[in-house]
Write a protein that binds this ligand. Sequence first.
Ligand SMILES: NC(=O)c1ccc[n+]([C@@H]2O[C@H](COP(=O)([O-])OP(=O)(O)OC[C@H]3O[C@@H](n4cnc5c(N)ncnc54)[C@H](O)[C@@H]3O)[C@@H](O)[C@H]2O)c1
Length: 250
Amino acid sequence: MTSSIVLITGALTGIGRATALAFAKEGATVVVSGRREPEGQALVAELKAVGAADAAFIRADVREEADVRTLVEQTVTRFGRLDVAVNNAGVEGATGPITEQGADNYDLIFDSNVRGVLFSLKHEMRAMLAQGGGAIVNLSSVAGLIGFPGASVYVASKHAVEGLTKSAALEGAAAGVRVNAVAPGPIQTDMLERFVGRSEDAKAGMRAGNPAQRFGTVDEVAQTIVFLASDKARYLTGQSLAVDGGFTAQ
Ligand SMILES: NC(=O)c1ccc[n+]([C@@H]2O[C@H](COP(=O)([O-])OP(=O)(O)OC[C@H]3O[C@@H](n4cnc5c(N)ncnc54)[C@H](O)[C@@H]3O)[C@@H](O)[C@H]2O)c1
């Protein structure tokens, strides 16, 4: 992993941040992206401190194709190539029944979760196809594998990520570009807090409904992403690995 150039979108918090730290500890060069420059520069210093060969922050809102194109171009210009991309940026949007859904929530969720992943894949794959290989990991969710009442738009967006992952994998396979997804269950992050609404009862119910009887940690997802991006997974493409304590095995 020492020589790998790794790019992570939405890397300033939660799973993205833990993934950046995990790659840094492996000695990779890590490009973290997000929308908040001061947090990004602070993370760069942290990544260098834990062992990154090099690190940089490049601002990008994944809803803007021009931002994503520039992000990939600047990464390749500065570091020579793009070995690994983690398309992590995503939003949960508002919950509620289908009968109450409006265009605002649809646009909010699909713009980041689907359009963002599509255009990230587009520019990352162009770079990887040109250099003859690479590995991409998309952040899906257990909501990309099964339905959840009250979360239909988020569920639909993550099912779209599953579809993009499979199609991109088929387009990249012969050229050595692997594309996989991780599908986390409930992971202790700010997003989970927002989703569950900070209700201790709701959280206790979710923990009890999980075979492992607990939420996952950001590092447990990060380690799976590092594996999928590594040469140990070199014959693995077009797959989605659920990191969910057994939730979708029920
Ligand atoms: N936490 C969970 O339980 C869980 C479960 C399944 C899947 N996920 C997925 O994991 C990913 C990371 O989520 P998290 O739990 O770390 O939450 P989080 O809210 O901490 O992280 C999401 C990050 O993406 C950034 N982001 C959102 N929209 C963006 C945009 N348009 N451009 C750039 N950055 C943007 C946010 O600012 C934030 O830093 C998301 O795709 C989420 O859907 C999370």
